[in-house]
Write a protein that binds this ligand. Structure first.
Ligand SMILES: C[S@@+](CC[C@H](N)C(=O)[O-])C[C@H]1O[C@@H](n2cnc3c(N)ncnc32)[C@H](O)[C@@H]1O
Length: 374
């Protein structure tokens, strides 16, 4: 994975490893506990992989054991970390450019690959989307799963609650003279300077620079507000959601997964997997088969992130867990449909919407006619 402009290397500060000996057990495993926070009892014993390493619920987040864990290589919670085992080939298709095909029978739940490339921030991905849309082929995938929004909301709420408990109602950072900053916490309605970094010898010239910076910052804030208003997407139920923080671009760098085409009736699905990272906004985008794939069959997934079969929707409706990240409870259709519009769809902003409408050539009986949902 390459890092785009302004994207920091992954943080491992808050990463925890488990203390399990050999194989992980739910009695001792911290990674299992983390998994349960997000997926509850959606799968029988809470482990997302079965004893053969097959994923039980493609599309839901997976928290694998990581390099800080005590368990061994044989641990069942290490599948993506072990690398791809199935054989695939890249072949030209008649209507969709290159595609990826199975070179052997692939069982349901098999790990196929990591969608690698460059990890971009929002601004850079928007710039690139405009370019790629112009020639009708894009390798951008937004990381915007529904549970990430929920987790971020929960985190913001916890920070606000902790601040309120400490009597802090507001925290601001302001520029000072000489390019320095000051952080002001409003404690019980009284503004308190928490950290003054202003240089004591700030000159008139410094103050002039400071005024200029303040003006620029203000303009930037106004522009950002305008942008985020036009960027934020409505989901299929009309609810607004934030644009994704990160996007993966496999145009300049990547592996065979960049050639996976869209299908309205796919045999594989994108699945967010966490290994050596503590940031919920930065999972690996992985691809797992969701049903058996025969020798020679093209491997595809849905670019619009739909759960594609009626049976699956019904199955999810029946058994979706009421986890802390699943506030609306098991019956809600919004929860049963993982909204991982991780495949290009959020690029349907005002500037590029018309351009990204590509006629779907998947050939499925229930083809929706376009490879991105409008
Ligand atoms: C991630 S790339 C997939 C690999 C691509 N076929 C290639 O040759 O590089 C995505 C692009 O493939 C094409 N594509 C993928 N699935 C398609 C489909 N079902 N119908 C038409 N074009 C498709 C579109 O041009 C899309 O922008």
């Amino acid at each position: 994975m390459w890092l785009g402009r302004d994207v920091e290397p992954p943080s491992r500060k808050g990463l925890e490893g488990c203390d399990c000996e050999g194989k992980c057990s739910k009695k001792t495993c911290k990674c299992w506990k983390k998994q349960i926070e997000y997926t509850g009892s959606y799968v029988p014993d809470g482990f997302m992989y079965d004893a053969r390493g097959l994923l039980r619920a493609p599309g839901l987040p997976v928290f694998e054991c990581n390099s800080l864990c005590n368990c061994g290589e044989e641990c069942r919670n290490r599948v993506v970390a072990q690398g791809r085992k199935c054989k695939v080939m890249i072949k030209k298709t008649t209507k969709k450019g290159w595609g990826v095909f199975a070179c052997e029978r692939i069982r349901a739940g098999t790990f196929i690959g990591i969608y690698s490339g460059e990890l971009l921030g929002h601004e850079e991905s928007e710039e690139r989307a405009v370019k790629y849309d112009a020639f009708g082929r894009t390798y951008l995938f937004d990381i915007d799963w529904w549970y990430i929004d929920n987790a971020m909301e929960k985190k913001e709420k916890a920070v606000a609650e902790a601040a309120a408990a400490a009597g802090i109602s507001r925290i601001q950072t302001r520029p000072q003279g000489g390019g320095q900053t000051v952080t002001i916490a409003t404690v019980n309605r009284v503004p308190t300077k928490m950290m003054v970094e202003a240089h004591p010898d700030a000159s008139d010239a410094d103050r002039k620079v400071e005024r200029k910076q303040r003006k620029e910052k203000k303009e930037e804030r106004v522009n950002r507000k305008d942008d985020s208003e036009s960027d934020s997407d409505s989901d299929s139920d009309g609810e607004r959601r934030k644009p994704s923080k990160y996007t993966i671009d496999a145009y300049h760098a990547g592996n065979f997964t960049r050639f996976l085409n869209h299908s309205c009736d796919p045999n594989a699905a994108l699945t967010p997997v966490y290994i050596d990272v503590d940031d919920i906004e930065r999972p690996l985008l992985t691809i797992f088969s969701k049903r058996e794939i025969s020798y020679g069959e093209e491997i595809t997934f849905s670019y619009s992130g739909d759960l594609d079969t009626d049976e699956e929707e019904q199955q999810h409706t029946r058994s979706q867990p009421a986890t802390p990240n699943n506030k609306r409870g098991p019956k809600s259709k919004k929860n049963v449909k993982p909204k991982h519009q991780s495949a290009d769809s959020p690029k349907q902003d005002k500037k590029s919407k018309a351009l990204v409408h590509v006629a779907c050539q998947c050939g499925a009986a229930k083809c929706k006619g376009t490879i991105w949902r409008e």
